[in-house]
Design a protein around this ligand. Structure first.
Ligand code: PLP
Length: 777
């Protein structure tokens, strides 16, 4: 009578000639050499150099062997790990029923031998530990989609049930471990909601085979012995691998426990990130597996026919590690693993409130220089998270985002988040190594522009994109002066602040900068020639001050001028004017470009002309810092004749991943067209409101950007009223901005994923805010 528990059932009884007969009958093999290897509960014999014959413990059912065979085939196909192959018998069967010398029946299989030797007993270096972590994650990933009905079984080795196993055999004297058994008793509960799948269940050094010696990057570790598989939490396989590495039976221990643990977890997370919930239980699972090892070792000691040396080989090392880890409390152990894995929970998630807004505000004021970096709103918002076009404060209050163009494809866009995190896990270096991401991005950007603009360099910001453009212009033209619009903004460095007339303190005019008037609309019907004339006049101003123009630069949407609908003639005219004064023309598309204009990817393209240089920043990486300067090879070569360009954070592999993902989303969701349609709906709606409410004036914009003159009839204090209006919008949970020379233009510049529903929500809120303001005014 055989039992159903392989741990209680003696191994099959078969002589070598009987094994040879099995091979002959089943597979037609007559091996020259048949050599048994140590194995627990079954017979494993090496057949010449190429195979192993496995005769399972009589307690193992055919369903379980089928599970092993199918799991191995699945992993061999879907996982980048070396796995033994099952060799079909002459009749095609993958397993054969055989009778042992004592009459008990078992199943025999032939599997191929994989290369390498078992790592048990070898010193585990940091590199090796990391490779084992990688392997554990690969196995988890590889088995994620695998199902087999036989996997839904209890396996004594499963660390989740250590406590139950401990209590099952009261005859064993294990009282010294009772506290530990109690400590891990809640593991089934704590792992119940964790990601789970069929696990290998025995990823120990005994079952991991590799070439001895230094670990060569990418060198394979093969995995054998699939006899303990069951459905369990993914983190169990990691705990088992970790347990084996840390317990390391090698006499020469190369590294300490925590250095090895870090390496295994780093390796694992390079393939599959761990959640804080998984890390919470990891240390306890390692402890539980150690408890299992000690208990099972004791149990096996009482079973006849078991190889006692083999079965008992881990007891001493397990007890040593057990003492080390169990000296830490549950919290301490979890904290140590969180520290290693980088999954330490934020104080908030542990139930503590973050600092109050008032406290944070005063700390910010003292640590961040006070007035130099002001916040939005009288009562600044503490925004906790964003999703799509909504921003949420710490109390979970949702605000419609009608302001942020950086989140061009929506806050926390999953495609961008995935691209950034995946790339961060692999590599993030600068652009001095060959990397396909950045090359692909440059190609995609130049493909959006006419053929003359064929060269692209990356920067970490819009400011630096403009600074680089300035270097191109001065080198190419020999000039030293710039022409900008009257209320321009082009960046935050010393020189870009000089090129930002909007930022100039009262009475300040940099000598090397002259301004042109932006078109103000229907009352300023400027022709191409008149626009060119404005540039020529500005160039004369520069000449009079002893400067020669190098660059004419404008935001083609004239956003900081109050969002002006510059006619095509005006834009073409100032570009022509730049040529007449031997300066280059830069379209600063940082605010207006990247699909926002609705008809074209770039705002200037609607005017059908080609600038000498185009710059971009803000939306490019959806918040991951990246900007670009795009120009002709001729202009770039002029700078290259005397200088090199390099900026550490410009065009890193992660920045490129973010920017490529943003372009993908813009294309896949047809956001350029959407910006046109939704922007028009928005303006039409606001014009409808403006017809009824005199506090809304002219409505302007191209695509999904909109400027509305607030309090157009007010001459005394329109700015404070506009600020108050913006505050009221915020109270009504819509976030917009103000722009224009007097700061009285309501600026609506939302993520491009806005739909008609968002427009309706915005219009409803705008109207109720207008009505409230009318009552208060
Ligand atoms: C038109 C324009 N150019 C340049 C910049 C500067 O970009 P960054 O803040 O990334 O340096 C801005 C930023 O608001 C901008 O609006």
């Amino acid at each position: 009578m055989t039992s159903s528990n392989p741990l209680a059932e003696p191994p099959p009884a078969m002589t070598d000639p009987a094994l040879a007969a099995v091979l002959q009958d089943g597979w037609g093999l007559a091996p020259a050499r048949l050599q048994r290897v140590a194995s627990e509960g079954d017979i494993t014999a090496r057949v010449d150099d190429g195979y192993f014959l496995k005769v399972s413990n009589p307690a193992i059912s055919p369903e379980l062997i089928d599970l092993e065979i199918k799991a191995m085939a699945h992993l061999a196909r879907y996982c980048d790990v070396e796995i033994p192959r099952t060799v079909p018998a002459s009749n095609g069967d993958l397993m054969r029923t055989i009778k042992g010398d004592d009459g008990r029946c078992s199943f025999a299989r032939l599997i191929t031998r994989v290369s390498g030797t078992a790592l048990e007993g070898t010193p585990i270096t940091i590199d090796r530990a990391e490779a084992i972590g990688v392997l554990a994650a690969r196995i988890n990933r590889g088995l994620a989609g695998f199902f087999h009905p036989a996997a839904g079984r209890d396996v004594d080795w499963d660390p989740r049930y250590a406590s139950r196993l401990y209590g099952r055999d009261p005859a064993l004297d294990l009282s010294a471990l009772s506290e530990l058994a109690e400590r891990v008793a809640d593991l089934p509960e704590r792992t119940a909601a964790l990601p789970s799948a069929v696990q290998h269940g025995d990823l120990t050094l005994t079952n991991l085979l590799a070439d001895r010696g230094p670990v060569v990057e990418g060198a394979a570790i093969a995995v054998v012995d699939f006899g303990d598989m069951n459905h369990s939490a993914d983190v169990c396989d990691l705990a088992i691998a970790l347990n084996s590495v840390l317990r390391n039976t090698s006499e020469a221990r190369a590294e300490g426990t925590w250095a090895l643990a870090r390496a295994v977890i780093d390796g694992y997370q390079s393939i599959r990130p761990l959640s804080p919930d998984e890390i919470d239980v990891l240390g306890e699972l390692v402890l539980a597996r150690l408890l299992v090892t000690v208990v099972i070792t004791r149990q096996r000691a009482s079973v006849a026919g078991v190889d006692q040396i083999y079965a008992g080989q881990w007891e001493a090392s397990s007890r040593t590690l057990l003492r080390e880890l169990a000296a830490l409390s549950q919290d301490e152990l979890a904290s140590a693993f969180h520290g290693i894995a980088g999954t330490r929970r934020s104080p908030r998630r542990r139930g503590q409130r973050p600092p109050g807004s008032g406290e944070l505000r005063s700390r910010r004021a003292s640590a961040l220089g006070g007035g130099i970096s002001p916040l939005f709103y009288r009562q600044p918002l503490a925004i906790d998270r964003g999703a799509g076009t909504w921003l949420y404060d710490r109390d979970g209050v949702a605000y419609l985002d009608a302001y942020n163009n950086v989140a061009v494809v929506g806050h926390a866009n999953p495609a961008v988040t995935a691209a950034v995190t995946e790339q961060l896990r692999v590599l993030n270096t600068h652009s001095r190594y060959l990397h396909p991401g950045i090359v692909e991005l440059a190609e995609r950007l130049v493909a959006t522009l006419p053929p003359e603009l064929d060269s692209c360099l990356f920067t970490p910001s819009g400011t630096e994109a403009n600074e680089l453009a300035w270097r191109f212009a001065t080198e190419y033209t020999g000039g030293d002066g710039a022409i900008i619009a009257e209320h321009a903004y082009h960046g935050s460095t010393r020189w870009m602040t000089d090129l930002s007339s909007n930022e100039w303190p009262e009475g300040y005019v940099p000598g090397a900068v002259a301004t042109i008037k932006a078109p103000t609309g229907a009352d300023d019907p400027v022709t191409e020639a008149q626009a060119a004339e404005r540039v020529v006049a500005a160039a004369e101003t520069l000449h009079r001050r002893g400067h020669k123009p190098a660059l004419v630069l404008v935001d083609p949407g004239f956003t900081s001028e109050g969002i002006r609908d510059a006619p095509a003639a005006y834009l073409r005219g100032i570009a022509a004017g730049a040529r007449q004064v031997n300066a280059l023309f830069l379209a600063d598309e940082v605010q207006s470009g990247y699909g926002r204009s609705g008809t074209h990817f770039w705002r200037h393209a609607a005017a059908d002309f080609t600038p000498d240089i185009v710059t971009i920043g803000k939306p490019m990486g959806a918040g991951y810092p990246i900007g670009a300067t795009i120009t002709s090879r001729e202009i770039m070569d002029r700078l290259a004749a005397r200088y090199e360009y390099f900026s550490t954070f410009a065009g890193t592999a992660v920045a490129a991943a973010a920017a490529n993902a943003v372009l993908d989303v813009i294309t896949e969701r047809s956001l350029v067209t959407a910006a046109g349609t939704i922007g028009q709906q928005l303006r039409d709606g606001i014009r409808g409101l403006a017809d009824r409410h005199s506090m809304l004036g002219e409505v302007r914009g191209t695509g999904l950007i909109c400027g509305v003159d607030l309090f157009p009839a007010e001459t005394r204090a329109p700015k404070p009223l506009a600020v108050q209006f913006l505050e009221s919008l915020k109270r009504n949970r819509v976030l917009a901005g103000l722009t224009g020379p007097q700061g009285t233009v309501l600026k609506i510049r939302p993520p491009l994923i806005w739909t008609s529903e968002h427009v309706t929500h915005f219009l409803d809120t705008l109207e109720s805010t207008v009505v409230q303001a009318g009552i208060e005014h």
